[in-house]
Design a protein around this ligand. Structure first.
Ligand code: SF4
Length: 360
């Protein structure tokens, strides 16, 4: 739902139930609040909002305010650069500016940074932690730390678990670059198979599954990936990807590998099949476009024309993500609703449920 639709809903209801992260709605709520200062208005606005947000606000009186929703769906981290504090959604940005990672903003925490330093307070609402597991699987950069864990290491563990759950006799393991790389390394290490870069990615093209139109996505795959024939020709190839959403990209990859001489193509996915849309700020496809929502794994395998296909189990994913739990209070619970349909925030009032069902 866009900001305008949501605003219309809010006005019609006179009360707020929302699971979008659109910051414009929060600004409207702040403008309506009765409190005198910006911080009071922000807290007042956020008390009426349910869903996923991580915000950074700058005020006219030179304060920087960072706040994370009570469930902690999205990351927000604090760093130090000489005598200044910096806020970011991922720790990898601190490396760029040579800032030191201090800690995460905790779920439901508000940090206020001004000339005298940083103070912390909490939103009144207490909620069970529901950190987005898809950040570990796909969204976050592998050189970041999330919930006290290296994203790269978690993805490598996802690949190891996948190899334990779905081994296959093969000659070589190749990743779908770039996001499938750590899982493919984990799969190859665990299965004692050679790891090679059988697909090369052009870095001039973005992520294809979030492109809005089919035509752009299809053209994007051709531009984005090319096969190294000398690596796959005559081989039994395991292709490891981090997710399979629509299946169209995987189908093209399988075709490209066969055209380059691959004898067998075995697809291994380092996450469970996504079956439900995200209402917490990620532009994932509607349910009708999620291939796993309406097809069995075997049917998907036939569609992508591979010799075998296997996804990591939900249990395997959660075990890999929860391993080596770090020092964050938000490390306890995860949202995995796009794999299970169990949403941490209820869909809302009857009117909003109806609107949401248009997507589900
Ligand atoms: S529904 Fe999926 S993408 Fe959205 S917050 Fe939950 S795990 Fe993340």
């Amino acid at each position: 739902m866009n900001a305008q639709e949501l605003r219309t809903e809010l006005e019609a209801q006179g009360s707020i139930f929302q699971t979008s992260s659109d910051t414009e709605v929060i600004v409207h709520l702040m403008a309506r609040a009765r409190e005198a200062d910006v911080l009071g208005r922000l807290v007042s606005a956020l008390r009426r909002v349910r869903g996923a947000y991580s915000l950074v606000c700058l005020t006219h009186d030179a304060r920087m305010i960072g706040v994370r929703d009570p469930h902690g769906f999205r990351p927000l981290v604090i760093g130090r650069l000489k005598d200044a504090f910096v806020l970011s959604s991922e720790t990898c940005s601190f490396d760029l500016i040579e800032a030191e990672f201090i800690r995460e903003v905790e779920p439901g925490e508000i940090v206020v940074i001004d000339k005298s330093g940083m103070t912390s307070r909490r939103l009144p609402e207490i909620a069970p932690p529901a950190f987005c597991v898809f950040e570990h699987v796909y969204f976050a950069r592998p050189d970041s730390f999330l919930n006290g864990k290296s994203v790269y290491r978690v993805r490598e563990k996802l690949g190891r678990r996948l190899a334990q759950e779905a081994p296959v006799a093969a000659d070589v393991v190749i990743p779908v670059p770039d996001s499938g790389l750590p899982a493919a390394i984990g799969y190859a290490n665990e299965s004692k198979l050679p790891f090679e870069m059988g697909l090369i990615r052009s870095h001039y093209v973005g992520r294809t599954f979030i492109e809005p139109q089919d035509s752009i996505r299809h053209f994007g795959v051709r531009l984005k990936l090319s096969v190294v024939r000398s690596i796959v020709d005559g081989k039994r190839v395991v292709v490891v990807d981090d997710s399979l959403v629509r299946g169209t990209t995987s189908r093209k990859i399988v075709k490209m590998l066969r055209n380059a001489g691959a004898r067998e193509v075995h697809l291994r996915i380092g996450a469970p099949p996504p079956t439900h849309p995200c209402f917490y700020g990620i532009n994932t496809p509607n349910r009708s476009e999620l291939v796993a929502a309406s097809h069995t794994v075997e049917e998907i395998g036939r569609y992508v024309t591979c010799d075998s296909i296997a996804y990591l189990s939900h249990e395997g994913m959660m075990a890999a993500v929860a391993a080596d739990r770090g020092g964050s209070a938000s490390g306890g619970g995860y949202c995995s609703a796009c794999f299970t349909g169990k949403y941490a925030v209820p869909l809302g009032s009857p009117d909003l449920v109806q609107l949401r069902r248009a997507r589900v």
